[in-house]
Ligand binder design. Structure first.
Ligand SMILES: NC(=O)c1ccc[n+]([C@@H]2O[C@H](COP(=O)([O-])OP(=O)(O)OC[C@H]3O[C@@H](n4cnc5c(N)ncnc54)[C@H](OP(=O)(O)O)[C@@H]3O)[C@@H](O)[C@H]2O)c1
Length: 292
C-alpha cells in the first residue's frame, strides 16, 4: 500500500485515499474522449479509484467507465452499486443486476460493490446475503453499503460475518458543509468496526469553494479556507479535501469530475498535510450539521 492509499476496512483491498466520482459520466456526454483523458489523469496522479453505479445515467456511466478503463490499460480500482428498487424483492434480481453491471464494465469481477441505499421492501440482510454469495462466487472483492445508518451498518456486518467476510465500506455524504456522519454515529462506527467511510459529495458539488458562485455555508468557513489556501499556495477545494482526509484515516473521498484538469487539481489534497492548527481553525469555522 502506498502512502496515499487506504484500506477498505479488513477486506484486504486498498484504494487511493481520493477517487473519482462518475455520476455525471455517460457514453453520450461529455464525450468518451474527455472521460478517457479524465481517467488517464486519475491514474497518473494516483487517484485510480472510480466510483460508479448502475443507476448513473441508466447504466451509461458504467459503460463509459468500462471503456475508459480498457483504454487506459493500467490497473484501476472500480466500485459500483446495486439499487434495491421497489420491484426488486429477491436474491436472483441482485445476481442478474450484478451480471449486467459486470457486462457494462467489461469485467469478470468488481473490486467493491455497494448496496446503494437501504430503502427497500427487503431489509439490508436480504441484500447482504446475496452480496456474500456473489463474493463467494468470485464476482466481488469487497462488499459495501451506502447511505446506511449505524444500525444498518451493524446488520450488514453481521450478515457478512456469518459468511466469514468483513463489511468493507459505508459510502455516505460527508463534506465541510455536511458533517452529519460526525454527529449521527456513522464515523465513530466506522472507526470501531474498522470500516472505510467513503465520502460522497465531498466538495458539496463545488459549494465549499470560496470563489464559487455556488458557495454555501458559514461565511467564516469561506474566509478560513481562503486563508489556509493562500498560506499553502493551494485552492480552497484542495484544502477542503485535505481536511476530510485528515479528519480520520478511515475516510476516503470521491470528488466527482468529468474534466482531467479537475482531477489533477484535486490530487494535490493527497499530499497537502494541514497542520493541527489549520485543521482546528477550519473545524471551528464549519458548524457540524445536525443529525437527520
Ligand atoms: N452513494 C450515493 O448515494 C451517492 C450520491 C451522490 C454522489 N455519489 C458519488 O459521489 C461522487 C461525488 O459526488 P458529486 O459528484 O455529486 O459531488 P462533488 O464531488 O461534491 O462535486 C462534483 C462537482 O465538482 C466539480 N469539481 C470537481 N473538482 C473540481 C475542481 N478541482 N474545481 C472545480 N470544480 C470541481 C465537478 O465538475 P466537473 O464535472 O466539471 O469536473 C462537479 O461539478 C459522485 O460522482 C458519485 O460517484 C454517491
Amino acid at each position: 500500500m502506498s502512502g496515499t492509499e487506504r484500506p477498505l476496512g479488513k477486506s484486504g483491498v486498498s484504494v487511493p485515499a481520493l477517487g473519482v466520482g462518475t455520476n455525471r459520466w455517460s457514453t453520450s456526454a461529455p464525450g468518451q474522449a474527455r472521460l478517457n483523458e479524465t481517467l488517464a489523469a486519475a491514474v497518473d496522479v494516483g487517484m485510480g479509484f472510480l466510483d460508479t453505479a448502475e443507476i448513473y445515467s441508466f447504466g451509461r456511466s458504467e459503460r463509459a467507465v468500462g471503456v475508459a478503463v480498457r483504454q487506459a490499460g493500467r490497473p484501476v480500482v472500480v466500485a459500483s452499486k446495486f439499487a434495491p428498487m421497489p420491484a426488486r424483492i429477491a436474491a436472483p434480481q441482485f445476481a442478474s443486476a450484478l451480471d449486467r453491471t459486470l457486462k457494462r464494465l467489461g469485467r469478470e469481477s468488481i473490486d467493491l460493490y455497494y448496496l446503494h441505499f437501504p430503502y427497500s421492501p427487503r431489509g439490508v440482510d436480504t441484500w447482504m446475503k446475496a452480496m456474500a454469495e456473489a463474493v463467494e462466487a468470485g464476482k466481488i472483492r469487497a462488499a459495501g453499503i451506502s447511505n446506511c445508518n449505524v444500525a444498518q451498518m451493524r446488520k450488514a456486518a453481521e450478515v457478512l460475518a456469518r459468511h466469514g467476510m468483513p463489511l468493507a465500506a459505508n459510502q455516505v455524504e460527508y463534506s465541510l458543509l455536511h458533517r452529519a456522519p460526525e454527529t449521527n454515529g456513522v464515523l465513530d462506527a466506522c472507526r470501531q468496526m474498522d470500516v472505510a467511510l467513503v465520502a460522497y459529495r465531498p466538495i458539496a458539488g463545488g459549494a465549499v469553494s470560496a470563489g464559487s458562485r455556488k458557495r454555501r455555508g458559514p461565511p467564516a468557513l469561506a474566509g478560513t479556507l481562503q486563508e489556509v489556501a493562500a498560506a499553502r499556495d493551494a485552492t480552497t477545494l484542495q484544502v477542503a479535501l485535505a481536511w476530510l482526509l485528515k479528519r480520520d484515516d478511515h475516510v476516503i473521498a470521491i470528488p466527482g469530475a468529468t474534466k482531467p484538469e479537475h482531477v489533477r487539481q484535486n490530487s494535490r489534497a493527497l499530499t497537502l498535510q494541514l497542520s493541527d492548527e489549520e485543521f482546528a481553525a477550519i473545524d471551528r469555522a464549519s458548524t457540524p450539521t445536525r443529525t437527520r
